[in-house]
Design a protein around this ligand. Sequence first.
Ligand code: LLP
Length: 421
Amino acid sequence: MDHFLYRDGALYAEDVPVAEIAAAVGTPFYVYSTATLTRHFRLFDEALEGTDHLVCFAMKAASNQAILRTLAELGAGMDVVSGGEYARARAAGVPGDRIVFSGVGKTHDEMRAALEGGIRQFNVESEPEMDALSDIAVSLGKVAPITVRVNPDVDAKTHAKIATGKAENKFGIPISRAREVYAHAATLPGVEVVGIDVHIGSQLTELEPYRAAYRKVAELTEALRADGHTITRLDLGGGLGIPYTRDNTAPPLPVEYGQMVKEELAHLGCEIEIEPGRLIVGNAGLMVSRVIYVKSGQDRDFLILDGAMNDLLRPAMYDAYHDIVTVAEPAPGAAMQPYDVVGPVCESGDTFAKARDLPHLKAGDLVAFRSAGAYGAVMASEYNTRPLIPEVLVKGDQFAVIRRRPTFDEMINRDTIPEWL
Ligand code: LLP
């Protein structure tokens, strides 16, 4: 459920007409709904009620500080994967003891910054990383709390580019080697084992892969405890999918996920951490764009928008489906016609949808891409020297620009032409 609904013939973001935002900030832009963000965060928080837990928003999905602040005020922690994300989370006001640091390639500088600034735990993904972290912590007179990310070798049944829990993926250490790696951790002076971490992929639409992975984690918890390790925390990753289409194949709900987590893991008495990104912010955001031209091709009509693949990369990168709606509500029974929906970037991959049925559209009309809040703005680039598009946050009847569109000068002046040229 989200808060982008038609009212009086027009699409609203909560209580603000989307067309009003377009008039104020220009197109294209992203708009997020506070009520939807809040609702989705609470669904997870409530799903784990009765268990000691922390919901760490995977901020790679959407990292604007206004979004982070909104979630942090509800009690969220953050899952960060770079020094930049760590700095951004801190700048948004998230305390270090609510930040977990994931990722296969943490640099020494990133580990040092997080240790100095304060961190809840590092989710370590390899022995070389563990050794480096221990050395850095010792040099700072600190001890780094760690979990080890295990790779359970389960099939998450999702798009190959976003599956992470199979043996062939670069993530985690093979679960079969976990006891050996934990034994090594116990010999290092600069790290302290606090738990186990697992994340098997993104946009999961079934619970069974999770269940299989969490069973393996439960077995490992018992084995590690028998080996003398203190396992008090289980980080279960993120990945629960969202409905992108309007058919009835909705992925499991957070409450069902939470129930399964309790069934598989409650007996261990561990604190549970989860790292959802997409489910919290995905359906809380739209990308709004304007039709520049409608062009008749030989056998099809092209809807040429001012938004492009550099603004919303998912269709070009994963063949992802995003529902496209008109900002003016179509009249009941309005005739639909197929369009190829494309952007102005100079490559054929700049195609959002092929033969998409939409009401009749003309130049100047506004359209909105639904479910664009996650992995939308954060994956944008300035390809074709197109400015990063603004982000807007709505709350009730108010809206604010939370990242403005840069000017051409701001973009161009980042280049330096050497004096010898
Ligand atoms: N935790 C870890 C360690 C992750 O790698 C990820 C996502 C998450 C949590 C959050 O997963 P989520 O709940 O958002 O599914 N750009 C792709 C998705 C990449 C996901 C990467 N890792 C897309 O647009 O579909």
